[in-house]
Structure formats: C-alpha cells, structure tokens
Design a binder for this molecule. Structure first.
Ligand SMILES: Nc1ncnc2c1ncn2[C@@H]1O[C@H](COP(=O)(O)OP(=O)(O)OP(=O)(O)O)[C@@H](O)[C@H]1O
Ligand SMILES: [Mg+2]
Length: 337
C-alpha cells in the first residue's frame, strides 16, 4: 500500500503543494540534538520518512538508535532541532506551530501507545479511558459510552471496574490502546507496544492492530523488537545511529534483514553501510569503487593494496608474463626488461 514517493530536495511550500492524497505523515531531514549540560547527544542525523493511509510501518533498530526520539517528534510531543514534520490533517509543518496548536491538531489525528502503559493506577480501566476522552475533548455526555465501547472493542468489556493492578500486562496494554483510539486517529504511533508482553498477549495486541487497520484504515507506525509484528509490516525501516540505514518493502525476518534490505541515498546522496556487513569485512573505513554491468562494486581498500594497485605492470617480451616495471629482469625467464 505504499504511495508515491516524493522527490527530495523540495522546499517546504513546493513539497506541500505536491503531497499525495493518501499521505498521513511525513518527516523531512529530522535532526535532534539533546543538550545535557555541556554534553550534546545527536539522536537523529537527518531522518526522512512518509507514512500512507492504511500502512503498517515498523521501525527496528538497536537500543539508543533514536526510535523513541523519532516517534515523539512525529507525534509532536518533542521538538526536533531541525527538519520538518507534516501532518496531513492540517497540511502543515508542525515545527512552526505553538505547543497548544500542536496539541489541538493532534486530537483526532494521532494516538500514542507506549511501551510502559501510562495508566493512572488508582483509577479503574473505565475511568482511565474516560480521562483520555476528557483530554481528547469529547463532550462530557458521550465520554462514558464511548469509553465502554472502546473497552469492549479491545476485548475488555468484562474488566471495566478493574484497577490496572488487577489487570494482566496484556489487558493493561489494551486499556492503553483504547485510550489511544479515543479520537479515531488516522495514525497510531506505538513505541514497543508488546515489549513487556509474552507471546500470546503480544499476538492478541497485534491482531487488534490488524483489525483496526483493516476496519478503519488506521495507519500504524510501530517501534518493535518483535518478529511477530515485523512479519506483518507493509514496510520496515531500520534505524541506526540516528539515520535510516535500510528499508524493506515487505514483511521481514529480523534475523535475516540482509535478504530484503534496500539502501537509500539520503538527501546529500550518502549511502548508509549496513553495520553487520562492515563487521563481517573487518570494519573497513575506505573502499575502492568499481562500476561493472550497472553494478557498483565496493572493495575494502587498504594501504598495502593501494601500493599494489599503483604498481605499473609490463609484459615480458619473451615469456609474456606480467611483471612489475620496477624490475630489471623478468623473474620468470630472466630476460632483461
Ligand atoms: N532526554 C534526553 N536527553 C539526552 N539524551 C537523550 C534523551 N533521550 C534520549 N537520549 C539519547 O538519544 C539517543 C537516542 O535515544 P532514544 O531513546 O531515541 O533511543 P531508542 O532507539 O528508543 O532506544 P531504546 O531501544 O533503548 O528504547 C540515545 O543515545 C539516548 O541516550
Ligand atoms: Mg526507545
């Protein structure tokens, strides 16, 4: 269900004019630098992505690669240091908006599901969902009915009056999902939604996501380490050290990402090199480039090889062997060169 790709390099207004109809959210050249006292941490180093209606996009990547940072910036709860985030509901770059404008635009557009549920533990499941109805700006008279409907929708019709401490991890996560769905979002941003769950519970949450996706065309952007979720994605993005280091246009096997990975040039035409391949090659930092039959061949380049490459070769006129031009006689037949 991937929509048309936009040409990179456009300025903001040109980009908006060209936005495909089925685009839900788009990030362009996101950079995030956290400042802690004297220390700067570069969490995102130029991330661009698009999510289209009805897509399930998965983000994978090692700890610290910037997944949560990216999700929070896309959802407008964290400001990027540079770059743009376009929300299709307002057809605007949210980085130009005030916090209160972002909060109001988020209603009815984005729902968040976090790894650790952020339910209030002294309130029942129903009260928690009703609270999210209040935050979503739903009129008071509809809050209870809508909350019950959503809890039933996530399979918790029999758990209205349980406080989170009396619910299983999977049930708590489903309450959190009911909260996220309150405003019929076009996009659900989920940061490791099955992280703490066992396989059965994780499978249930995933089924729920798939049902919502099929029923309402809700798009999902899911950060996960779970093979179950990754195998259901329409598209998977690999994040490493704050950049998208690979994309996959089909379901993926997390242990065999090399099989389906497509590398994309970034907006400065730089190509991210997959870390595992570099490791296999002994972490070379320099490469020789060869173009052959429309293929680009990169070979690790070392100083020793550099010397070898620069050696001029001559053909011995007697035995025909290729010999270094620095030699006086042919080492094969002894002829003077
Ligand atoms: N509030 C913050 N202040 C300073 N540095 C931060 C802050 N939040 C995150 N970082 C740093 O930014 C980088 C990216 O963090 P982020 O939480 O986005 O990673 P992640 O991919 O979600 O990791 P994980 O898989 O462990 O959740 C890390 O180096 C982290 O230490
Ligand atoms: Mg994280």
């Amino acid at each position: 269900m991937t929509g048309p790709k936009l040409t990179s390099g456009l300025v903001a207004d040109e980009l908006l004019a060209d936005v495909p109809e089925n685009l839900v959210i788009m990030a362009k050249d996101l950079i995030k630098i956290y400042q802690t006292g004297e220390i700067e941490t570069v969490a995102l180093r130029g991330v661009s992505l698009q999510v289209f209606e009805g897509e399930i996009v998965v983000i994978v990547g090692p700890s610290g690669s910037g997944k949560t940072t990216l999700t929070n910036i896309l959802g407008g709860t964290l400001r990027s240091s540079a770059g743009q985030v376009y929300w299709s509901n307002i057809r605007q770059d949210i980085s130009k908006l005030e916090d209160r404008e972002i909060t109001s635009a988020r209603r009815g557009f984005i729902g968040f599901v976090f790894q650790v549920d952020n339910l209030l533990h002294h309130m029942t499941a129903l009260q928690n969902v009703e609270l999210s109805a209040r935050i979503a700006g739903l009129p008071k008279r509809w809050r209870k009915d809508r909350s019950k409907e959503l809890l039933e929708r996530v399979g918790l019709g029999h758990r209205f009056h349980h406080v989170p401490g009396r619910l299983s991890g999977g049930e708590r996560q489903r309450v959190a999902i009911a909260c996220a769905l309150m405003n019929n979002p076009k996009l659900v941003l989920a940061d490791e939604p099955t992280g703490d769950l066992d396989l059965v519970n994780a499978e249930e949450i995933l089924d729920l996501f798939r049902e919502l996706n099929a029923e309402y065309g809700t798009a999902f952007l899911i950060v996960t380490h779970s093979q179950q979720i990754a195998s259901k994605a329409n598209r998977t993005l690999e994040l490493r050290d704050g950049i998208i280091s690979g994309t996959h246009d089909s379901a993926v096997f997390l242990r065999q990402l090399d099989r389906t990975r497509v590398l994309e040039l970034d907006n400065q035409d730089r190509l991210p090199m997959p870390e595992n391949i570099l490791q296999e090659l002994g972490n070379p930092r320099r490469f020789q480039v060869e173009v052959s039959n429309s293929r680009i061949i990169l070979s690790p380049y070392t100083e020793g090889e550099a010397a070898a490459v620069q050696v001029q070769l001559v053909t011995c006129r007697i035995c025909g062997k290729l010999v270094s031009s620095s030699r006086v006689t042919c080492p094969n037949c002894g002829t003077a060169l």
